[in-house]
Design a protein around this ligand. Structure first.
Ligand SMILES: O=C(O)CCC(=O)C(=O)O
Ligand SMILES: [Fe+2]
Length: 385
């Protein structure tokens, strides 16, 4: 029995409850957050309650100097509208139909679920998702639910083309040849996540999506007219303005890593809302959808004496499993891959080697030192005089 401890949001009163059992009951229902809303709940279950944080209150409208650049994307408006309608159509199918796609098995290409990190996260998000792996192996259309089949294939094709163009522009923007990022397989794998954020009876107590940066190269996001997407910039939350027909493009943390911080990923969250449902469709360009032996690290052509590597190299598997192990949490996973300057410490040891033997300089000493200074490498010079 995994009883855990939580704080009753708003009241600071500690309460204990069997969180695991509640998560499992929700998971076993296979009907997602929409199932709860359809059942007529008027209070959100405890598993969705977020701990109180201050930055939630500091939402500011975007000042003029933070306007988001707008460019022509070339995807017909009708394709965007049909994709949103079909995503909504799927989530509004009878639960019995959706259940056949409900799984936590990550190897499936079409997955309906709620909170991929349900058992790892500190609180569950108020949203359900249909996840479809679209490339590099073309998905067989028959695997898609009929209600969104044709438009998903078309949308995927158009967005993949747009993504390829963006990778060429981004390569040039950071001083590489146009095909450099594509040569690193940045556009090779892509998936679509059709999110559904049902109307929430207590929106201020939870979130549609917890603060995170996307663990991919690039995300192209289509959202409907409801709003709620916010980006974290200079320690403040900013609403992403709703621009009908626009697609939001976010740099993911893997592109930040390989560009050695020339391109920065953006932390974002989605507020829960009373007026939903809100629908969005995110396209992730990511290498974790197919077997890859590539090692990703800062691109050599971007490095110099003045620009040393800021991140260590990683396999795709390690990168994704680190994200998966901690869920869509509020800490940046990229910090885990950051190289820390190594530090040399000179210790003058007393002649009496007994002190050494007693652990003056043993692991008991080094471990807290590492933690305190957050360093990964300690070089020690031992003197004996
Ligand atoms: O629904 C949105 O606007 C954002 C979705 C998102 O952040 C994601 O899929 O990673
Ligand atoms: Fe995201």
């Amino acid at each position: 029995m995994a009883a855990s401890f939580t704080r009753d949001s708003g009241t600071q009163t500690p309460t204990t409850y069997d969180r695991f059992q509640e998560l499992k009951a929700f998971d076993d229902s296979k009907s997602g957050v929409k199932g709860l809303v359809d059942a007529g709940i008027t209070k959100i279950p405890r598993i969705f309650r977020r701990p109180k944080v201050e930055d939630h209150d500091s939402v500011k409208p975007i000042p003029t100097q933070f306007t988001i650049p707008v460019v022509n994307h070339g995807v017909p408006r009708s394709v965007l509208e049909e994709m949103l309608a079909a995503a909504r159509g799927f989530h509004e199918l009878p639960t019995e139909v959706k259940k056949s796609y409900y799984t936590r098995e990550k190897t499936k290409k079409v997955i309906y679920g709620s909170n991929f990190d349900l058992y790892e996260s500190r609180f569950a998000n108020w949203r359900d998702t249909l996840f479809c792996v679209m490339g590099p192996e073309p998905l067989h259309p028959q695997q898609l639910p009929l209600v969104c089949r044709d438009i998903t294939m078309e949308y995927s094709k158009q967005i993949h083309k747009l993504g390829t163009t963006l990778f060429k522009l981004l390569s040039k923007a950071i001083g590489l040849t146009p095909d450099h990022l594509i040569g690193l397989d940045c556009s090779k794998g892509h998936c679509l996540l059709s999110h559904y954020y049902p109307a929430c009876p207590e929106p201020e107590l939870t979130l549609g999506a917890t603060k995170h940066s996307d663990p991919d190269f690039l995300t192209i996001l289509l959202q409907d007219h409801i709003g709620g997407l916010q980006v974290f910039h200079q320690n403040l939350w900013f609403d992403v303005p709703l621009l009908p027909g626009a697609l939001v493009v976010n740099i993911g943390s893997l592109l930040q890593l390989i560009s050695n911080d020339k391109l920065l990923s953006v932390e974002h969250q989605v507020l829960a809302n009373e007026k939903g449902p809100r629908v969005s469709v995110a396209c992730f360009f990511t290498p974790h959808l197919y077997p890859s032996t590539r090692i990703y690290g800062p691109i050599k052509e971007l490095l110099s004496k003045e620009n040393p590597p800021l991140y260590r190299e990683t396999t795709v598997e390690d990168f994704i499993s680190y994200y998966d192990s901690k869920g869509l949490d509020e800490k940046s996973a990229l910090a885990h891959f950051k190289l820390q300057p190594s530090l040399s410490i000179t210790l003058q040891l007393p002649k009496d080697l007994n002190r050494f033997a007693q652990g003056f300089c043993g692991t008991e000493y080094i471990k807290p030192l590492r933690e305190m200074m957050q360093i990964t490498t300690v070089t020690m010079y031992l003197y004996n005089f």
